[in-house]
Design a protein around this ligand. Sequence first.
Ligand SMILES: NC(=O)c1ccc[n+]([C@@H]2O[C@H](COP(=O)([O-])OP(=O)(O)OC[C@H]3O[C@@H](n4cnc5c(N)ncnc54)[C@H](O)[C@@H]3O)[C@@H](O)[C@H]2O)c1
Ligand SMILES: Nc1ncnc2c1ncn2[C@@H]1O[C@H](COP(=O)(O)OP(=O)(O)OP(=O)(O)O)[C@@H](O)[C@H]1O
Length: 524
Amino acid sequence: MTPENLNSDGNASNLSYENGFHDSFSLLNSEKAVKEVIEQPLVEGIDDHLMEFSEAMRTVSKALRRAAEGKASAQAEASEWKRKYELERQRNLQLENKVLTSVELDTNHNEKKIENSAQHLEPMHETDEQPPIYRGKNGIYSHEVLWDKQQNSCSNARGKLIRKASFKLHWSCKGEKNDQHKHDIVSFEKGNITTAERSSKQICLKWESPPQTVLILTKPNSISVKVICAEMVRWLKEKKLNIYVEPRVRTELLTESSYFNFVQTWKDGDDVLLLHEKVDLVVTLGGDGTVLWAASLFKGPVPPIVPFSLGSLGFMTPFHSEQYKECLKSILQGPISITLRHRLQCHVIREAAKTEYETEEPILVLNEVTVDRGISSFLTNLECYCDDSFVTCVQGDGLILSTTSGSTAYSLAAGGSMVHPQVPGILFTPICPHSLSFRPLILPEHVTLRIQVPFNSRGHAWVSFDGKDRKQLAPGDALVCSMSVWPVPTACRGDSTNDFLRSIHEGLHWNLRKTQSFDGPRES
Ligand SMILES: NC(=O)c1ccc[n+]([C@@H]2O[C@H](COP(=O)([O-])OP(=O)(O)OC[C@H]3O[C@@H](n4cnc5c(N)ncnc54)[C@H](O)[C@@H]3O)[C@@H](O)[C@H]2O)c1
Ligand SMILES: Nc1ncnc2c1ncn2[C@@H]1O[C@H](COP(=O)(O)OP(=O)(O)OP(=O)(O)O)[C@@H](O)[C@H]1O
């Protein structure tokens, strides 16, 4: 008796395959067939050859059972992950809807007023519960986005009430007189689809009331930074501004002189969470790392950042520290061109969080989140999903999910493209992939990405955020990543395009080549 799906060697050669798995139904059938063969009573006088054949049949039967069980457990794991992933997506959608609804509510509330007074600004309402909301036709106002119900004003060291400076954001194009901003980038009129507005014009910030409070953040252990910081504090004090620094910097300033007693700081992490309500402007003194540090202090809205260059490269630090007085004068007066740098919101989801939907605190990154092999000598094995679609399996040193601001950092070193920071998108860049055809991708900004360490991975993976805070990902753990609603506004020296091109020319010597001379062969 020869089972249908066994060849003469007793191998399951014609079993059906699907995505590399045996179909479990046919596996079970073939196992049954093998069992039948080996359970046949042995004919008297049977020789050793048949005994061996029967042994081989038992081994095949065991292997088939293991394969069927493996497939069933893989299916169970996959559905568990799908469930977790769906929950994460729902959460992101809810968050997005919340933001959209609050913007819509404001819009409806002010619609009438806008019609009557296109450019004229008036408080719309002022009650104990809510601050005045201002809205013009060609931009949005800080009160609409920065106001926090709990506290939009606070006291300084002397108990004087300080209100956050109000400002307005404009979207404009060079040479364009009417710099209206529209939220729709596509319109549908008379049956034709047209592009209505470009999504990312140059953004311009105009102060509606003068900024009063400046936070200065400095690179540690640098004498030149300490000197400039002390000078800047004195200068800002003369301009009657309130000044905040980190606790470490306040101690350093006080060691230098008791004059700096007026400088304010914070006590603990809870105070840091409220910084955005007090600070109108952040100044950074250092390199790109100090800008990353500044962004990491703000887990929600970020005040405009003015980055002064005191590092070696300075992609995000266009201002020269020697000219800080002229720069700050012009910035405090406004208007300022700004680059609105997108951030990625990252969640680590542990396999252990099985029964409940639990994630660790989200982490926001300005450059990138990296999943790599850390100290493990094995290839990383990462399954990547984009919304509901399987993207690929990364086998190599790891993967970088980068913002466009981070495109000139680690992602660039791993072969990713350089992208203007104002372009909304997520870069998907492999690190040393062990495959010739794995080119980097750029995905749209609205997607949710999930990077999962599969159960059959040989080693653990490691995730790091803007090059810091390494966390281990065990088999079964995942990283879920989407665009954050809280970007980082950084002041430009020229405009965002001018600054970006200057930084790739000066910082990377991009496409630097001697010009070919005119003499020599020519087309006849
Ligand atoms: N192979 C690599 O290129 C590599 C490896 C690890 C980390 N990094 C980068 O370092 C960043 C952390 O910076 P750090 O200053 O805290 O660490 P760091 O002190 O090790 O400096 C890293 C270098 O990257 C530069 N850099 C940072 N952000 C940049 C950006 N957006 N565009 C261009 N260059 C940028 C910095 O100027 C600095 O020269 C990470 O976010 C990662 O992008 C790069
Ligand atoms: N205020 C701060 N507190 C703690 N760490 C900081 C602070 N500012 C910067 N850092 C860290 O110090 C490191 C060096 O900072 P930064 O990149 O600004 O200087 P740099 O290395 O001299 O500049 P460049 O990167 O241009 O060479 C970074 O890793 C950054 O995260």
